[in-house]
Every structure is written in structure tokens, then in C-alpha cells.
Design a protein around this ligand. Sequence first.
Ligand SMILES: Cc1cc2nc3c(=O)[nH]c(=O)nc-3n(C[C@H](O)[C@H](O)[C@H](O)COP(=O)(O)O)c2cc1C
Length: 248
Amino acid sequence: MRVPGRDQPPPAGHSATEGTGPRTAGRAHELARRSSDTIGDIESSRRTILGVSGSLRQGSFNALLLRAAESLAPAGVAFDHYDELGRLPHFSQDIEGDLTPAVVYEFRDRIRRADCVLISTPEYNGSLPGTLKNALDWASRPAGESAFKDKPVAAIGASPGRHGAARAQTDVRAVLSAMGAETLETELPVPRVREKFDDAGALQDEEIGRRLTELVGALIALAGEPAPPPPESAEYSVACQRLAATAD
Ligand SMILES: Cc1cc2nc3c(=O)[nH]c(=O)nc-3n(C[C@H](O)[C@H](O)[C@H](O)COP(=O)(O)O)c2cc1C
């Protein structure tokens, strides 16, 4: 019998140090622990932003940009950094429904529970990275139940070149619009990104800092009044229980 999180091919970008073998009880418990930690953080804050970096690279500038956004965010705003993109399997309609891995439910839940989402995307060959598009495709399913439906989302991005991943940001917003998200029109292309951060990963550019602060404020405003977080989805709980039961 196939169970969520088992019998899947190793996802792209899944590093050896993270383990590529069969999922274990430790993995199941870790998923459940992380989910409850996240829920605790969300409930103690007035506002949460789910930060998603479209890069799997160690030392990613786009991940640094999200950390900078967090440090500039107003009081009462908490960031939940989603850094599991590399664990999501390649999307296939053949593994939807009962065969959908728990990591996919967790991703959808993190989106649903956040007040808004901030995506920092690299640009690969003039558009968003395939890994990020894959994650967004998972989040859009099942048809008509997109986790991004009516979700306020902003796209920012950085590149070492002159255009600051501008085309990728536009494409991210187009994809999100197609799945029902409410996208912030303002983008933030960060060109020549190597000059913008110091060796410790701190943002050094005042103008970018000012625009990032404004963009986060606009994203929060787009989210409107805080709503109580939805309960964890039953599908995700069942997937975690199955995973723990088969791994014990
Ligand atoms: C496959 C590939 C394609 C790329 N294509 C572009 C591109 O079209 N435009 C651009 O500005 N940078 C491009 N780059 C360079 C990335 O912007 C650069 O590697 C950036 O640092 C990636 O973001 P990260 O630091 O968050 O990983 C490309 C890099 C790779 C690996």
C-alpha cells in the first residue's frame, strides 16, 4: 500500500544530508512538531507572512531578501519561512488524492494559515524556477480548492544582473492570479544583489530597505483585518497519522 510521504521518488534538490531514503517516524514526528510550532507562532501574532524563497541554493540571495523583510516588518508581524520546496515531489495528477504526500498538505496548510504570502524568486532563463512553479502547481490543487484562493501575495526577487529577476516576478504574479490569489501590483526587483548584502547576509542598501518596508506594509494592508486561523486540515492530520503509523 502506498501512503503519503512514502514510495515517492526523491524530490529534486533534496540534498543527501537531508536524507533521501524512506520516511521515518522521526520525519513524521518532525512534520507534526513543525506544524504545531508554526501554529503556535501564528496564534500569538496579529499577522503572519509566509515567506517562500524560490531558490534551493545554500546562501541564496532571495532567502536573504526574505530575512531582510522579516527584520524590517512592523511589530506584530511574524514570518513563517517555508524552506521545504526541495522536498515536494514533482507534481503529477497520478499522485493526487490518497497518494498525495504529507509534505504537500503541510505546504497547503502553511499557505492557508498565513494572512499573506511573500515570494522571493530568482530568475532562471527569463522566468521563475521550475521548483517554485512545481510548488505553486501543488498548491493550486485540487481543482477549485487552490490554497492561494483570495490569498494576498507579493512577489519580490533578486539577481546579480541588471534586472533583478523582474521577469520572474511578473510571471510569478501571473501564475498566482491564475490560481485565484490577490497579487500586490508592486514588485521589488533587486539588481546587482551581490553589492546589496554584506558578508554576514545583512541588507546594506537603504533604498531597497525602504522599498521593502513599504511593500511589506502594502501586503499587510492588502490582507485587511486579521481573521482567526483556519483549523489544520483534516487531510493533513490524517496524512501525518498514517505516516507515523507506518513508520513505527
Ligand atoms: C539555470 C539558471 C538560469 C539563470 N537565468 C537567469 C536569468 O534569466 N536572469 C537573471 O537575472 N539571472 C539568471 N540566473 C542567475 C541567478 O539570478 C543567480 O544565480 C541568483 O543568484 C539565483 O538566486 P539565489 O541567489 O536566490 O539562488 C540564472 C541562474 C541559473 C542557475
